[in-house]
Write a protein that binds this ligand. Sequence first.
Ligand code: SF4
Length: 448
Amino acid sequence: MNKSVLEERKASISDKSEHGRGICCERESVSGAVSQRACVYCGARVVLNPITDAYHIVHGPIGCASYTWDIRGSLTSGASTYRNSFSTDLRETDIVFGGEKKLSAAIDELMEKTEPAPKLIFVYATCIAGVIGDDIEAVCRAAAKKYGIRVIPVKAPGFSGTKPQGYKLACDAVMALISPGINQSKRFGVNILGDYNLAGETWIIRSYLEEIGIPVISTITGDASYEKLMRAPTAVLNLVQCAGSSTYLAERMYAEMDIPYIKVSFFGIEDTTASLFRVADALGKPEISAKAREFAKRRSSEVVPVIAKYKPYLEGKRAAIFVGGGFKAISLIRQFNELGMKTMVAGTQTGKKDEYEIISALADDEAVILDDANPAELERFMLEKQADILVGGVKERPLAYKLGIAFCDHNHERKHPLAGFEGIENFVREVHTTINSPVWKYVKGGPA
Ligand code: SF4
């Protein structure tokens, strides 16, 4: 670890000899290191945006409002309100004289001009609103009283912490929203937390659960609506899909609503089958456990031939991973292991120590493990470890292509599901198509 790694970053880069335990993580990004990690506001927005009938007002300069549905494409079975984004577009004069009046006026305008009439509005304070100290809580309270709707403040200036802080603020906002329903009676069924219905993945997981006899009461927040969210306190179990963004919400729901939770992952055969078994067993009904085993056996047997078909073309290929959370990275490494591939670079934006330990155990013996990496580090280690493919998100795609390395989008912009048994097939095909594309023959430094 030398030249292209800043001195202050060295503790966040580890190899197998440290078993992930020594890695420095869950810290603020190093100033000037050009982190790939998104800001606090972005963390909050990613969790709340998929609520399909909510209005989102970004109280800040227009630039923050560019973080919209268009780059976080979760799908809806109902309203499309969430595809719009609203901003108070703060300017210099607002910074001098305050932006609270502008925010009140923005809420008034939404109430007057939008159809359907808002029932739920989230107001995000971004960096500038945080610096000038606008009291968005007071404005939201007044608007909620004036219009008899829910107006929930999310104080998320980007500078106030790290992306997980934004997740936490979003979870607090969800709790503020659903807490009035706390005294409803419980009924047999689960909530899915931390699945954002990318390319319809929530619908896939819901269909599995329903087929094995488990009703889904609420999804938080993929394809969620105000009414459906209000039913969430009635569930008997929470399933946490994206652990990074939703474990805090699950803990609060356990403490305040007596709903226990388990962590699940529906990426890859191993994690999908194990998760179905664990969910079924946690509900304590032998007939559901039996159905889960029959279902998983049948669906696994359909994808095993697909994996067998592509494995000879992928065995021995070298993968680099840079994704949001540690749980997803773990599932991805398991999927690469099933394909006989080696994970040589494994990084996350928000991984935790225990997750890095598992990542370290699963990755190749020569792998390098990175927390909160920047483009220079990713470039250096992808080249050094001779990666054939990078799995990441929109910010990593150009980096891979510029280096002549294949790329697989595993973030919020993709258009096809990668979760569940359908997702396993899509993933294997995509990895094969991109790694073995003839284009790499013509790109200097490519894998072919
Ligand atoms: S860092 Fe601040 S200014 Fe930039 S997008 Fe986040 S909240 Fe907006």
